[in-house]
Design a protein around this ligand. Structure first.
Ligand code: HEM
Length: 699
C-alpha cells in the first residue's frame, strides 16, 4: 500500500468519523447493495423497531432493548452478503462482525447520537487474490463452468426467463450452488477496490492501461460494486449489437437517481415501455416531418434558416481580422437549432427563453462534467457528505423547473388555440414538444409530465454538446492540416453547385465526410460510451455476466486500436476512403461506435451526422481558418468534461467567396417549417404499436 493510498483511506475514515457513524450492518449493506436505497435510514429503522418492542414488550429496560436491536440488525444481513464478505476477506462472519463491532456503540445508535469507538483498520480485512469461489448470486469471481454445463433445471430456468422476457422479475440464482467464470478481476483493496487505480489519469486512459494484459473483458471493483470492462472489438460489438437487449439497462446511482427523479427520463431509464415509446416519438417526429417537407430533412430546413445569421457574424469578425473562439459561435447557433427542433421557433426566437435554455444547458453540463466519476463512484459516503455535484445539481433542477414551466405554458397555450380552431381533435406539430404534450392529456397517459420535462432537458444537453464539440474539433484539425483544409474546400467548390450546402451534396463530398468520421474516431468524445447494465444473466465469450452487472464499453480503446487503425493518433481521413472506387469505406457497425448502437444506441445519431455535415461544409465553403493559439490535436491531451474536448482555441478567418447577396436575401425569408396536422388517436396508436417492434433496429 503506497503512502498516498494510506492517506486516502485515512481521509475516508476521518469522514466516516465526522458525519456518518452508523451501525456496522448499515455500512455492510451500503457497501454491498447494488442499488442504494437511501430511504432505508437506520434511524427510521430503529424507530420502527423501538415501536415494535414497546408494543411487544412494554417496559423493557434499555440495555435489553439495545441487545435485541443489535441481534435484529445483525440477522438482517442477507446470507449472500455474508458469503461475499467471507470470500473477500477470507474470514468467517463472526470475525468480520467483531472487527466492525469494535467501531460502533449500539447503545448510541439506539439513542440516536452516533459515535465511533475505535478506528476500523481496513488492512485487517485483506482481500485474497487467487481462489475459486462458489457463485452465490452476488458479484464474485469463480472457476470454470460454461453455461452449457449448467444443470438442466437451471438452464431451463434461464431459457424460460429469456423467452418470457419478464424484465421486472429477477432471475434468482442465489440458492443455486454453482461455480461460474466471471471475467478476470483486477486485484484491488478491500472496500475501495480499484478506486485508486483509476485516479491517476482520465478514466478511459486508466482503464485502457489496466486492460493491456486482458483480452475480451476484465472486471474492476469500485466500493464493492463489480463492473465489467469490455476490452475487445468483438466484445463491444456483442453487447451493443448482437445482444443489444440483454445489455439494454443503465447503471443507477444516487446522484443520477436524484437528477432524473428515479430514472423517469430517457438516458438512464430502465428499458421499459415508456422508454421505448419516447424513443419512438422522437424518431416519429423526424420521419413525419420529412414526409411533410417532400423528403427534406428537418435538420436541413432549420439549419438553412439560421445559417445566414451565423455567416454574417463570422463575416463581421473576418472583416475585422479579429481572432475569435469559433466554438462559442457554433454553440450559439446549435443551441438555437436545437431549441427550434425541441420547442419550436416561437420559443427559440424569444431571447429571454433562449438564454434560459442555454443557462440550463451550462448548469447541467457542470453537474454532468464528471459523468464517469458519478457513474464510477459507488461510494456510499457521497450521499451524506458535502458534494459539489449535489449543489450544482440542485441549481440545475431549480432552473429546469422554472424554465420548463414557462415553456410548457406557452406550448400548451399554442396547442389549445389550435385545438379550439379545429374541432376534429387534430394535433398540430412543428416541434418535438408538440408531439409529446398532447400525450399527457390522455385519460390513461403514456408519460408523466415530470418524465417529459426530464426528457426534454436531457435532449437539450445531449443535442448541443456532442455536435458543437465535433464541429469545433473538425475545425481544429483543418487548421492543423492546412493541405487537408484546401482539399476539403476544393471538393466542396467542385461539387456543390448551389449557394448553400444541402444534405443532397453529402454523396459527392467524400473527403469531407471522411474527415467527419475521422474526427469522431480520433476524438472519441464519449470514450467509454454511457455505461450499460445487464437486464438478465448472460454470457460473453465463455464468461458469465450476472444480471444487473454494470458494463463499460471502452470505445476509446477500440477507436485507437493499432490492429484496426494504423497510426491511430494521426488525423488521417484517407483510412476511410476507397481510393479506387472513390467512395467511403466506413463500417460503423463493426469498428466505429461514436454513437453506441443497437436498441440503446444514440437516437440523435442521424440528426447529429446531418448537422455536423451542414456546419462543417458550410463553414469551409465560405471561410479559410487559421489557428491563432498553440493547441495540441492529440486527443490524449484533451480534457474530459462532459465530453472529451480540446483546450479552447481561437482562429482567424479569411473569406473564400465575396458575394453574399443570396445570403442576405435568405436571412429575411420567412420560416419554411411547415406545421403537420395529424389526428391524435392515430398518432398515439402508432407510438403505442411500436412497443411490439422490440427486435427491429430503430437506427
Ligand atoms: C456528435 C454527437 C453525439 C454523440 C457523439 C453522441 C453519443 C452518444 C452515445 C455514445 C450514447 C450512448 C449509446 C449507447 O449506450 O449505446 C448516446 C445516447 C444518447 N444520445 Fe447521443 N450523441 C450525440 C448527439 C446526440 C443528439 C443530437 C441527441 C438528441 C437530440 C442525442 C440524444 C441521446 C440520447 C437521448 C441518448 C440516450 C439513449 C438511451 O439511453 O436510450 N445525442 N449518445
Amino acid at each position: 500500500m503506497t503512502e498516498t493510498d494510506k492517506a486516502s483511506i485515512k481521509s475516508i475514515i476521518e469522514k466516516l468519523k465526522r458525519g456518518c457513524v452508523k451501525s456496522s450492518e448499515y455500512y455492510l449493506d451500503l457497501f454491498y447493495l447494488r442499488q442504494l436505497k437511501h430511504e432505508d435510514k437506520i434511524s427510521t429503522f430503529c424507530y420502527e423497531m423501538e415501536k415494535l418492542f414497546d408494543k411487544g414488550l412494554p417496559g423493557l429496560d434499555e440495555e435489553n432493548r439495545t441487545r435485541m436491536l443489535r441481534s435484529r440488525l445483525l440477522s438482517a444481513v442477507p446470507e449472500t452478503i455474508k458469503n461475499y464478505l467471507e470470500w473477500l476477506s477470507e474470514k468467517k462472519w463472526p470475525e468480520i462482525v467483531h472487527i466492525f463491532e469494535k467501531s460502533v456503540d449500539y447503545k448510541e445508535i439506539y439513542q440516536g447520537k452516533f459515535q465511533i469507538k475505535e478506528e476500523v483498520y481496513l488492512n485487517k480485512i485483506y482481500k485474497s487474490r487467487t481462489r475459486s469461489y462458489k457463485f452465490n448470486g452476488t458479484c464474485s469471481s469463480g472457476s470454470f463452468i460454461s453455461p452449457n454445463s449448467l444443470p438442466k433445471s437451471l438452464s431451463d430456468k434461464i431459457e424460460n426467463f429469456i423467452k418470457t422476457g419478464n424484465q421486472s422479475k429477477c432471475l434468482d440464482l442465489r440458492k443455486t450452488n454453482l461455480t461460474i467464470k466471471l471475467p478476470p478481476l483486477i486485484p484491488g483493496k478491500f472496500y475501495l477496490g480499484n478506486y485508486f487505480d483509476l485516479k491517476e489519469q482520465p478514466v478511459h486512459l486508466s482503464l485502457t492501461k489496466l486492460g493491456e494484459k486482458y483480452h475480451h473483458a476484465f472486471c474492476i471493483n469500485i466500493f464493492g460494486q463489480l463492473m465489467v470492462v469490455l476490452n475487445s472489438r468483438e466484445a463491444i460489438v456483442q453487447i451493443l449489437s448482437s445482444k443489444t437487449l440483454e445489455y439494454a439497462d443503465r447503471p443507477s446511482c444516487f446522484l443520477l437517481q436524484l437528477a432524473t427523479n428515479n430514472s423517469k427520463d430517457l438516458v438512464f431509464s430502465k428499458p421499459n415501455i415508456q422508454w421505448l415509446q419516447i424513443r419512438t416519438a422522437f424518431h416519429k417526429f423526424f420521419s413525419d416531418m420529412k414526409k411533410l417537407h417532400d423528403r427534406k430533412d428537418m435538420t436541413e430546413i432549420v439549419f438553412l434558416e439560421i445559417w445566414p445569421d451565423m455567416y454574417n457574424q463570422i463575416e463581421g469578425l473576418t472583416n475585422k481580422k479579429e481572432p475569435y473562439e469559433i466554438k462559442k459561435i457554433i454553440y450559439e447557433f446549435q443551441s438555437k437549432i436545437l431549441s427550434v427542433l425541441l420547442f419550436g421557433d416561437e420559443i427559440a426566437e424569444d431571447k429571454y427563453l433562449l438564454n434560459e435554455i442555454r443557462k440550463l444547458d451550462t448548469k447541467s453540463k457542470e453537474f454532468i462534467s464528471g459523468l464517469y466519476n458519478i457513474m464510477l463512484n459507488m461510494n456510499p459516503l457521497d450521499n451524506f457528505l458535502d458534494n459539489p455535484s449535489l449543489s450544482t445539481l440542485c441549481q440545475a433542477l431549480n432552473l429546469q423547473k422554472s424554465l420548463m414551466c414557462k415553456i410548457f405554458e406557452r406550448a400548451t397555450r399554442r396547442a389549445r388555440n389550435s385545438l379550439l380552431s379545429d374541432q376534429s381533435d387534430n394535433i398540430c406539430m412543428r416541434s418535438i414538444i408538440d408531439l409529446l404534450l398532447p400525450l399527457l392529456s390522455l385519460e390513461k397517459s403514456l408519460f408523466t409530465e415530470t418524465q417529459i420535462k426530464n426528457v426534454l432537458t436531457e435532449l437539450i444537453f445531449a443535442g448541443i454538446d456532442g455536435i458543437v464539440n465535433t464541429v469545433n474539433s473538425f475545425i481544429l484539425y483543418m487548421c492543423l492540416n492546412s493541405n487537408l483544409q484546401t482539399r476539403v474546400y476544393m471538393e466542396i467548390k467542385n461539387n456543390v453547385h448551389g449557394d448553400f450546402v444541402v444534405l443532397g451534396d453529402k454523396k459527392n463530398l467524400i473527403v469531407t465526410e471522411a474527415c467527419i468520421y475521422e474526427t469522431l474516431r480520433l476524438v472519441s468524445q464519449i470514450p467509454l460510451g454511457i455505461f450499460r447494465k445487464t437486464v438478465i444473466r448472460t454470457e460473453l465469450f465463455g464468461y458469465v455476466i450476472p444480471e444487473e452487472t454494470i458494463v463499460i464499453p471502452n470505445l476509446w480503446k477500440l477507436h485507437h486500436d493499432e490492429k484496426i487503425y494504423k497510426d491511430p493518433f494521426k488525423f488521417d481521413p484517407d483510412r476511410f476512403i476507397d481510393a479506387e472506387k472513390l467512395s467511403l469505406k466506413i463500417d460503423d457497425t463493426k469498428f466505429m461506435f461514436p454513437f453506441g448502437t443497437g436498441k440503446r444506441g444514440c437516437p440523435g445519431k442521424n440528426v447529429a451526422l446531418n448537422l455536423i455535415f451542414l456546419f462543417v461544409s458550410s463553414l469551409v465553403k465560405n471561410f479559410e481558418f487559421k489557428l491563432v493559439d498553440d493547441v495540441d490535436g492529440d486527443p490524449r491531451s484533451f480534457r474530459l468534461t462532459s465530453n472529451l474536448e480540446p483546450k479552447s482555441f481561437r482562429v482567424q478567418s479569411t473569406l473564400r467567396i465575396t458575394s453574399t447577396t443570396n445570403l442576405i436575401q435568405m436571412s429575411t425569408k420567412k420560416s419554411e417549417v411547415k406545421t403537420l396536422c395529424t389526428d391524435r388517436s392515430s398518432l398515439i396508436k402508432s407510438i403505442q404499436e411500436n412497443r411490439h417492434n422490440l427486435s427491429d433496429d430503430e437506427s
